[in-house]
Ligand binder design. Structure first.
Ligand SMILES: [Fe+2]
Length: 288
């Protein structure tokens, strides 16, 4: 194996995989090498361009820390996250559709009781989010967990504010015996994905805006059922048709209804206008 040329080099590299003991690894790596080489050939990549690509990936890695995941952002903005999601969650009709996890989920969000406020002290108009977690037959699932997180009215998550240490604008609520949950928050707003890193530069170079339509994230889990990682999006948002991470689905778009001051559906007396949003999550039975 010497004197390799641009016509036989790919085959030589692929041949090196023949002794890889893990067959799935061999399959995936063979595809990666095949497509990488094909890309290089197709565009006749220059040495300067290849080095720029290496510098870019290096910068993406250096931008990551315990609060910032630039690689997830890269995957999201290139549509890779939604493609993987779509192929891995071919949910039956009636099940809540999935969408991207995004880079701002933090494990270990605080446990909240129904009716709690996940956004206490944060800027934004109050909103009561309520709904049910249901089986495919429409029966309530008691004890289901919603791990929710969102940005505030300034478009920032807790981890983007350097003065915050705890886990805020996020929490875990559980459904009651009737399969119902409810919590207070603030009405989310559209926000740009972080543009101060290499992914922001890529978006700029592609001539794309960085905005995501307003949404609330949720991971819904229940024993004996398939979990779902999803969002609810605010109806009427100007970015619903141009989400920077390609995550919008019609079934996840909900109305944030505005109300004048008065008694909210959970009995809270509101002295200022507020919003209500309702969404029922449907979970299929766990695969055997
Ligand atoms: Fe988000």
């Amino acid at each position: 194996m010497r004197n390799l040329t641009e016509t036989n080099l790919t085959d030589a590299v692929l041949a090196k995989l023949e002794s890889a003991p893990n067959l799935r690894f061999r399959q995936v790596m063979s595809s990666v090498i095949t497509h990488l080489h094909a890309c290089i050939r197709e565009v006749e990549l220059t040495e300067a361009e290849w080095f720029a690509a290496i510098q870019f990936l290096t910068a993406v890695g250096k931008k990551c820390d315990d609060k910032r995941q630039e690689f997830i952002l890269l995957s999201d903005t290139l549509g890779a996250s939604m493609l993987v999601d779509a192929m891995n969650h071919r949910t039956p009709a009636g099940a809540t559709e999935s969408t991207v996890l995004g880079p701002f989920h933090v494990p270990g969000a605080p446990a909240l009781t129904n009716g709690a406020n996940v956004a206490s002290g944060f800027p934004g108009e109050p909103a009561l989010f309520s709904g049910h977690v249901l089986t495919m037959e429409g029966n309530p699932i008691a004890g289901a967990q919603l791990d929710v997180w969102q940005a505030d009215a300034e478009g920032l998550y807790d981890v983007q504010r350097s003065n915050l240490n705890g886990r805020q604008l996020r929490g875990k609520v559980h459904t009651n015996e009737q399969g119902k949950f409810w919590f207070w928050t603030v009405r989310p707003t559209a926000y740009p994905v972080p543009t101060d890193g290499p992914v922001g530069q890529i978006l700029l170079n592609m001539g794309r805006h960085p905005y995501r339509p307003a949404h609330i994230h949720a991971i819904v889990t229940a024993s004996g059922y398939e979990p779902v990682t999803t969002h609810v999006f605010a109806e009427g948002d100007q970015y619903l048709d141009s989400d920077a991470v390609f995550g919008v689905k019609d079934s996840l778009v909900v109305k944030f209804a505005r109300h004048e001051p008065g008694a909210a559906p959970d009995g809270t007396v509101m002295k200022q206008p507020y919003f209500t949003v309702a969404y029922d999550f449907g979970l299929p039975a766990a695969k055997a």
